[in-house]
Design a protein around this ligand. Structure first.
Ligand code: ATP
Ligand code: MP5
Length: 272
């Protein structure tokens, strides 16, 4: 393998001082997936498993410089976005994604943290919908995010399927509607609509646990890692579901609130 050819990935998101979500969860997932992970920090949060105490988005100039630094040196094969804070920063990230080639893009349209804190300004939802979603090779909204982006109300499986189609109409190629927030007691079921029109459900036993901090970040960064390794969309999404299921099913005791996932579990044979 050439010196510059090792699979390289990028997360464009916010930090989590508590280590469980955001860029920290992304890099831990990428490491476990045996790809190299780089990061463009858009926002810094003061956060733990109990919630988000404060955050600040970085000046756009510094964000632009991080993109330029990576473009000048690394060979990123796949990237993902997470917390982008506000409309101006969403727009700034979109400009950079159009300027540089960082490979396949997974968009996790992060809006509200598990503890209830807003990680995206309300008026930025339209910017995400109009500017970022059309660039997405894979879009991974949870149910509230899918509702905000489409204007639909999702109450059942049919609603998830309709939302996925609406998101493809907005320009996303492959869509994963995450059912973590669904009120089904037994199953955590995600609906996948692929770019070629095929669709399927991915279901796992729903774990009765509060240790689910960073589940969405973990899923989207595992998809990113698998794509960087050359997997096709369907395989990448299936691997990521197994990875996150194992990471939830084998909890580690950290913090007193929504605890982080176990990013070693999948490699230790912990897939359910
Ligand atoms: N309690 C659970 N048991 C099993 N799987 C779960 C559970 N909660 C979430 N999942 C799975 O985790 C993945 C992420 O889904 P979720 O809806 O929690 O995303 P999210 O809200 O974006 O996560 P976060 O905001 O915490 O990063 C999905 O595959 C979902 O089915
Ligand atoms: C920086 C950052 N990015 C994303 C999340 C979402 O994760 P969760 O919904 O599990 O709190 C978060 N809490 N913090």
């Amino acid at each position: 393998m050439m010196a510059n050819e090792f699979p390289q990935t990028l997360t464009i998101a916010g930090t989590d001082s508590g280590g469980g979500a955001g860029i920290m969860a992304d890099l831990k997932t990428m490491q476990a997936c045996q790809v190299f992970g780089a990061a463009v920090v858009v926002a810094v949060t003061a956060q733990n498993t109990l919630g988000v105490q404060d955050f600040m988005a970085l000046p756009q100039k510094l964000i632009d410089e991080q993109f330029a630094s990576l473009a000048a040196d690394l060979k990123i094969r796949a990237c993902k976005t997470g917390m982008l804070a506000d409309a101006a920063h969403v727009h700034g990230v979109v400009e950079n994604l159009k300027k540089y080639d960082f490979g396949l893009l997974t968009v996790d349209p992060v809006m509200i943290a598990k503890g209830g804190a807003a990680l995206l300004a309300d008026d930025a939802v339209t910017t995400v919908r109009d500017e970022l979603v059309p660039l997405a090779d894979v879009l991974t909204p949870n149910l509230p995010e899918a509702e905000r982006l489409t204007g639909l109300t999702i109450t059942d499986n049919r609603g998830m399927e309709a939302a996925a189609m609406a998101l493809q109409d907005l320009g996303a190629k492959n869509v994963v509607i995450k059912g973590g927030h669904e009120a089904t007691p037994d199953q955590a079921s995600d609906f996948v609509l692929l770019v070629d029109g095929r669709s399927f459900w991915l279901s796992a036993a729903r774990m009765d646990t509060v240790r689910t901090h960073g589940t969405g970040d973990t899923l989207s960064s595992c998809i990113t890692a698998a794509l960087a390794k050359g997997e096709d969309f369907e395989t990448a999404i299936r691997i990521a579901k197994d990875f996150v299921t194992a990471a939830i099913a084998n909890p580690i005791a950290v913090g007193n609130g929504h605890g982080p996932l176990n990013h070693w579990a999948y490699n230790q044979g912990g897939a359910e």
